[in-house]
Design a protein around this ligand. Structure first.
Ligand code: DON
Length: 321
């Protein structure tokens, strides 16, 4: 697609229109370092298959990946061990419960966690990353991320420390996982790698690029590098549609219809697959989207970000359904 200045103008207008929806949420208070961030920010970046970036609003600030990291950890693990190995250890079923709920685990006593995007499944997946120590596991993930975005990604120490100190619920979940024999490593080690992956700093531009690679089934159409298989990308997109926005995934699918993953820092990663029969010209060949809006709703999704994606998807006919 040729660089089109009208797209940028349009995105700038939609950021302004949707900013006010931040009042429908608050910053994540349970992680003090996230709780103190300015909730009124809203930014978006979209990238197309030719590498044209369209960035509007608050796009220069970095924020932490939080749950968005769960997509990349899942993909990285599948690349190393194969999809079959991973799906033997974590399921692909939505729970309809909050991302950090203990209820599905306690009530159903499943033989593996329901999916890799709820915290129970994500801690299990992180602990399986190759390497004997959490440091080695983190290094594996960090180099996978670096290959994807083309530069090293740093850890936000303040967010890591803040979450480590306030992670009582995740610690409790990890003990349940340990008791069920889902964790081969110690609880503290599993929490360390999980919280590290959540504390990786990212920009909306990085998220947009990762979204584009997922939309293109593991292939980066800009650099022409193949990062992971179609098979892995397909399952990642299924998980993003069914579990990516937690217990509002159904609503998000109905109103936005784009495979996406949110994080409590207010980030959203979205992968728009090519749609050649689309009614509109914009992003017909697919796109990657990164959004940042730190005021999150009760389900843990960026309040203004979700509303903005709703508008963009409708206006540019981006829904996959
Ligand atoms: O484990 C937690 O609670 C956070 N580090 C991540 C949760 C999260 O981002 C859920 N997302 N919407």
């Amino acid at each position: 697609m040729q660089n089109n200045p009208k797209i940028l103008e349009q995105l700038e207008a939609w950021v302004e229109e949707n900013k006010g929806h931040a009042i429908l949420g608050t910053t994540a208070q349970y992680i003090p370092a996230l709780g103190k961030v300015d909730p009124s920010q809203l930014g978006i970046c979209m990238v197309d298959e030719d590498g044209n970036y369209y960035c509007a609003g608050d796009t220069d600030k970095e924020f932490t990946l939080q749950s968005i990291s769960k997509v990349m950890t899942f993909i990285a693990l599948c690349c190393h061990y194969g999809l079959e190995f991973v799906l033997e250890r974590v399921d692909v079923e939505p729970t309809g419960e909050a991302f950090n709920s203990i209820i599905p685990f306690e009530i159903h006593r499943p033989n593996k966690p329901f999916n890799p995007f709820i915290n129970a499944g994500a801690i299990t997946v992180s602990a399986l990353l190759p390497g004997r120590t959490s440091q080695k596991k983190y290094e594996y993930l960090a180099s996978f991320l670096e290959e994807l975005v083309g530069h090293p990604m740093e850890l936000d120490r303040e967010v890591y420390d803040s979450e480590w100190k306030s992670s009582h619920r995740n610690r409790a979940l990890a003990y349940y996982l340990k008791e069920a024999n889902f964790l081969e490593i110690e609880v503290e080690e599993a929490l360390d790698i999980y919280i590290r992956q959540c504390s990786v700093k990212v920009s909306v531009k990085d998220l947009a690029l990762i979204g584009l690679i997922i939309a293109y089934d593991g292939f980066n159409p800009i650099t022409k590098v193949k990062h992971f298989s179609e098979e892995i990308a397909q399952v990642a997109k299924v998980l993003m549609v069914t579990c990516g926005m937690y217990n509002s995934s159904g609503n998000f699918a109905a109103h936005v219809g784009i495979p996406a993953k949110s994080g409590v820092s207010g980030g959203i990663l979205a992968a728009v697959p090519p749609k050649l029969h689309s009614q509109t010209y914009e992003f017909r060949a697919g796109a990657g989207i990164g959004v940042y809006g730190p005021a999150i709703d009760v389900q843990g999704n960026s309040a203004a970000g979700t509303m903005m994606l709703r508008q963009i998807s409708k206006e540019w006919d981006l829904s996959i359904f």
